[in-house]
Design a protein around this ligand. Sequence first.
Ligand code: NAP
Length: 271
Amino acid sequence: MRAFLFANPAAHSRSPAMHNAAFRHAGLDAHYEARQVLPEALADAVAGLRQADVLGANLSLPHKEAALPLMDALTPAARAIGAVNTVIHRDGVLTGDNTDAPGFLEALRTAGDDAHGTALVLGAGGAARAAVWALRSQGREVLVLNRTYDKAIALTRDLGGVAVPPAGPVGWERVALLVNASSAGLDAPHESPLPDLPRLAPEALVYDMVYKPAETRLMRDARAAGYRAENGLGMLAQQARLAFQAWTARDVPITVFLDALARPVRPEGTE
Ligand SMILES: NC(=O)c1ccc[n+]([C@@H]2O[C@H](COP(=O)([O-])OP(=O)(O)OC[C@H]3O[C@@H](n4cnc5c(N)ncnc54)[C@H](OP(=O)(O)O)[C@@H]3O)[C@@H](O)[C@H]2O)c1
C-alpha cells in the first residue's frame, strides 16, 4: 500500500519519517513518499490517488485550499475550515479531511490546557483557521489578532470569534491560552509575533505552532514571564497520527511519531 505527501516544496518534510515509522510499528507493508507537486499538477496528482493500492495523501502548502473542489466528499472540519490536509481513499472515493484541527486540540490537551478560558489566536491564515474552528468547538471565547486586520475580520465572519484591531485594547489579562498561528518566528530565532509580551492570565499556556527553532523567542519570553510554553511539534505529530488512523484504522502511539521527529534529518533531506 502507498500514501503520499503532495507539497511544493516537499523535500524538507518530516511526514515520511513519521508515517514510515508508524507503518513499521503497525507491521504494515506500506510506504509513504513526499512528492513535489506544482499547483498546475495538483488535479492529476489527486486523481492518481484513486488507484487501488493507495491509502490516501497529506496535502501541505500550497495545496490545502486548492484541493477542496477536487474531493468527492468533505468532512465537516474540512468544509468549515476551508482546507484539506488529509485525503482518505476508499473504493475510488476521495474524502477530504482536516486533522490539523483535532491534532491541535490533542496537542493542547497534552500540554496541559484545560479546554476552558479565553483563547487568543495570532494569525489569520490556514493554521489560524484550523485553530479558531477547533477552539470554538470547545465553546471557548476566541479572540483573533492578525497583522492584517481585514483578514482577521474575514476569518471571524466565517468561523466565529472576535477580531481584535492591532492597535486596539485586547484585555490580555484574561487570555488563558495564547496561540501563535502566524509565521512570525519561523526559522527566525529572534523574531516574535509579540515583541513585548503582555501580561496574560496567571498560569497561561502559550502554544507556538512554529517548531523551527524548537524554542522560539515567543516561548522564551513566555517562560521568562512565568507562563507555560510549548512548540508545534506535538500538533505536527498528532495531525499525522490522526491521518494514519483514518487511512489504516490503526492507532499507533504518539511516541512513534514524536520519536521519528526527534531523529536528525538525513543529509539528503528526504527522510
Ligand atoms: N505545528 C503544526 O503542525 C503546524 C501546522 C500548520 C501550520 N503551522 C505553522 O503555522 C504558521 C502559519 O501557517 P499557515 O499555513 O497559516 O500560513 P499562512 O496561511 O501563510 O498565514 C500566515 C499568517 O502569518 C502572518 N504573518 C506572517 N509573517 C508575519 C510576521 N512577521 N508578523 C506577524 N504576522 C505574520 C500572516 O499575516 P498577514 O495576514 O498580515 O499576511 C498570516 O496571518 C507557519 O509557521 C506554519 O509552519 C504549524
